[in-house]
Ligand binder design. Structure first.
Ligand code: AMP
Length: 211
């Protein structure tokens, strides 16, 4: 079984949803740099104040800011049975991660590239909503939020059309090339991210259990 994973793919591919399922069903620690940064932003901490402008515009937060957060989260997970969601996103981050994990004797087992077309990304994100307390994602068509929770349901600023376009541009220019790094390392698998979250989970689950 693979126990040190990274989920990789465009915004809206469902990385967060799948990482949460791996957490609840297989006991993986879900490490989302985006979630940690949003939390810091809400709390108004020093990191949060730096990150705010980048996040709201859909830009990447500087690498050095993310390294500290990632290192702490990986150590807290005990260097094993974790799934990275949204990290690494640049080649520099991928190289940093390799040396961090090698230092802990815990290299990545598998990188899953969740593939989804730009058109589907835009369709998913424009209708995505999030629960501001639990962080659970909803979709106005396929998974509408419960009426009783309505006052907690918001749209992320970076899910607005302008920010989505910027996130996709950055994904293609900066993040997608990181896939080649992992392809060369022989640990990357492409998974079709279309279909229901259960379908996608089944694909990833099969891969986690494959030799
Ligand atoms: P996510 O929730 O993964 O879509 O991340 C939301 C936002 O947080 C991104 O658009 C970036 O602004 C920031 N962010 C998250 N992870 C990273 C990362 N690995 N490197 C730089 N910025 C990040």
């Amino acid at each position: 079984m693979k126990t040190r994973l990274a989920l990789f793919g465009p915004p809206g591919a469902g990385k967060g949803t799948q990482a949460r399922l791996l957490g609840s069903r297989l006991g993986f620690t879900h490490i989302s740099t985006g979630r940690i940064l949003r939390q810091a932003k809400r709390e108004g901490s020093a990191i949060g104040r730096v990150a705010r402008a980048y996040i709201d515009k859909g830009r990447l937060v500087p690498d050095e800011v993310v390294y500290d957060l990632a290192a702490r989260a990986i150590a807290d997970a005990g260097w094993d049975r974790f799934v990275l969601d949204g990290f690494p996103r640049t080649l520099a981050q991928a190289r940093w991660l390799a040396s961090c994990l090698d230092g802990g004797g815990a290299p990545l087992d598998s990188v899953v590239l969740m593939s989804l077309s730009d058109d589907r990304v835009v369709a998913r994100l424009s209708r995505r909503r999030v629960h501001k307390v639990t962080g659970e994602n909803f979709h106005l068509d396929s998974k509408p939020p419960p009426e009783s929770e309505r006052s907690f349901i918001i749209q992320r600023k970076d899910d607005r059309p302008e920010a989505v376009r910027e996130r996709l541009r950055i994904y293609h220019e900066t993040t997608r090339p990181v896939a080649d790094y992992y392809r060369r390392a022989g640990i990357m698998t492409v998974v079709d991210a279309t279909g229901s979250f259960e379908d996608v989970h089944a694909r990833i689950h099969g891969l986690v259990h494959a030799d």
